[in-house]
Design a protein around this ligand. Structure first.
Ligand SMILES: C=C(O[C@@H]1C=C(C(=O)O)C=C[C@H]1O)C(=O)O
Ligand SMILES: [Mg+2]
Length: 461
């Protein structure tokens, strides 16, 4: 099967098991092979009936696809979640046996996961399956990097495991994962769409605006929820397929946890690290797309020169600059934003590049950046306190860092916006916007409507 020499895996398991001292002892074994190129979404689809959670990730230029099936190991953290997650990951790697001859970003052992927006906000029933910080080392993983496929198995081996049994189980699952048959997913349709208290939300925008005028804060991002019910539970692979078709320039992701799936197409990079090269993005300020080229150009010109949107954007630029400057050298941030076009809307965009100083990790950067004023506000503590008290929803993982990291100082995190949580035959979609002193509740409401479109349209709304 697929180039993984079962004997070789089995021999490696045997060797590692031999080295374990007692029954509590366990170690991660990770084996990566290059395989014939296969489609990432096909791989994801074939795992549908395995009774395992699936994860899907692709970056905005589609140079990398990651699919994870099952959990060989999970890193879960709550208090001091950034340091805690990093420490657990380092400890796991320190003891792991890793066979990865390729060393390309996203190959070999990776952790895929995310965090909640605000661990201080009480978790509701809706998000009960998603922890404040939860990273999975998948049992089976496909990495498609620049058009080539790499396949990884991860096994958390214990003293009383049997090498031949482990290998046999893997072989059996691989038969399904690599079988060429297409699994057709049934279609679904929306039966009901409910906006959660739109008038209450506009009122909260009004309150936020007056707080800002009273100098209690400068920017506060407020989100709202739209709840959908379907004739049957929507299958995530169908949604991913449509997002891939419609949402260029966006990261596309899905995290399954039991019968829940957090899924979306976000344009917003939080941070990418390749060795010591760091990229971040300031994305805030929004306008719709035009129907004709001329109208589109007029709107983007208007966006670039609009005071209110420029202010929303500038808070993000200033904050990111301050947040990472001590962690980097060679920091470059252009003085003027450009327009970043998406299918349904356009944003103001400023790229950030830098060199990460030795001794710092991607988690240090995420800890500094999250939440940026693109999803939280300015100042951070005041805006978060306002959101915690006045927002009518539990954001869960919406607006928070999601992404991956490997064992070679590479990783990338996006900000989980333009997203929704599928729960049974229901979905909760989320969208927010940056409230500043000149915000108008009706206009902000319209802005959230266009931000809901990417998800609504693929769900049939
Ligand atoms: C909060 C969201 O988007 C953020 C808010 C924006 C704005 O208000 O202009 C633009 C992009 C994102 O920074 C969302 O899509 O839910
Ligand atoms: Mg806005």
């Amino acid at each position: 099967m697929i180039d993984i020499k079962e004997v070789q895996a089995e021999a490696l398991f045997a060797k590692v098991i031999q080295g374990l001292h007692n029954n509590e002892d366990a170690q991660l074994v990770s084996i990566t092979k290059k395989i014939q190129t296969i489609d990432a979404l096909d791989f994801y689809r074939r795992a549908r009936y395995m009774g395992r959670n699936r994860t899907f990730w692709t970056n905005s230029n589609r140079s990398l696809f990651l699919v994870g099936i099952g959990e060989a190991y999970e890193i879960i953290a709550d208090q001091s979640r950034f340091k805690e997650t990093k420490q657990q990951w380092d400890n796991l790697l320190k003891q792991a046996t890793i066979h990865n001859p390729y060393q390309l970003p996203g190959t070999g052992v990776i952790a895929l996961g995310g965090m909640s927006f605000d661990p201080k906000k009480e978790t509701t029933e809706l998000w009960k399956h998603f922890k404040p910080s939860q990273f999975t080392i998948p049992e089976f993983q496909l990495t498609n990097y620049q058009g080539e496929s790499y396949y990884t198995i991860n096994v958390f081996v214990k003293k009383n495991d049997h090498p031949s049994q482990l290998a046999a189980t893997i072989r059996q699952i691989e038969q399904t994962l690599f079988q060429a048959s297409q699994v057709e997913a049934e279609s679904f349709s929306i039966e009901k769409k409910v906006e959660i208290d739109p008038e209450g939300w506009k009122e909260s925008v009004r309150v936020a605006t007056s707080e800002i005028r009273n100098k209690k804060a400068e920017k506060i991002v407020l989100a709202r929820e739209v709840r959908l019910s379907f004739d049957k539970q929507p299958e995530s692979s169908v949604i991913i397929d449509k997002l891939l078709d419609t949402q260029a320039n966006s990261y596309i992701f899905a995290f399954e946890k039991n019968s829940h799936c957090f899924i979306g197409a976000t344009p917003e990079r939080l941070v990418k690290v390749e060795q010591d090269r760091l990229l971040s993005t300031c994305l805030a300020g929004t306008a719709p797309r035009g129907k004709t080229k001329a109208e589109d150009e007029r709107i983007s010109y208007g966006l670039l020169h609009d005071q209110k949107n420029r202010q929303e954007h500038d808070f993000v630029v200033q904050m990111i600059k301050l947040a990472i400057k001590d962690y980097c050298t060679d920091l470059v941030i252009p003085g003027e934003p450009i327009v970043y076009p998406l299918k349904n809307l356009q944003h103001l965009y400023t790229p950030v590049t830098a060199k990460l100083k030795a001794g710092h990790s991607i988690f240090d950067i995420i800890e500094q950046l999250h939440p940026t004023p693109a999803v939280g506000g300015t100042p951070r503590d005041e805006s978060l306190a306002f959101i915690r008290e006045n927002e009518l929803l539990d954001r869960g993982w919406y607006g928070a860092p999601i992404g991956w990291l490997d064992s070679n100082q590479n990783g990338e995190f996006a900000v989980a916006i333009r997203s929704g949580l599928i729960h049974g035959d229901m979905a909760s979609l989320f969208a927010g916007c940056g409230v500043v002193k000149d915000s108008n509740p009706e206009a902000e409401y319209e802005e959230t409507n266009i931000k809901l479109m990417p998800m609504l349209s693929v769900l049939g709304g």
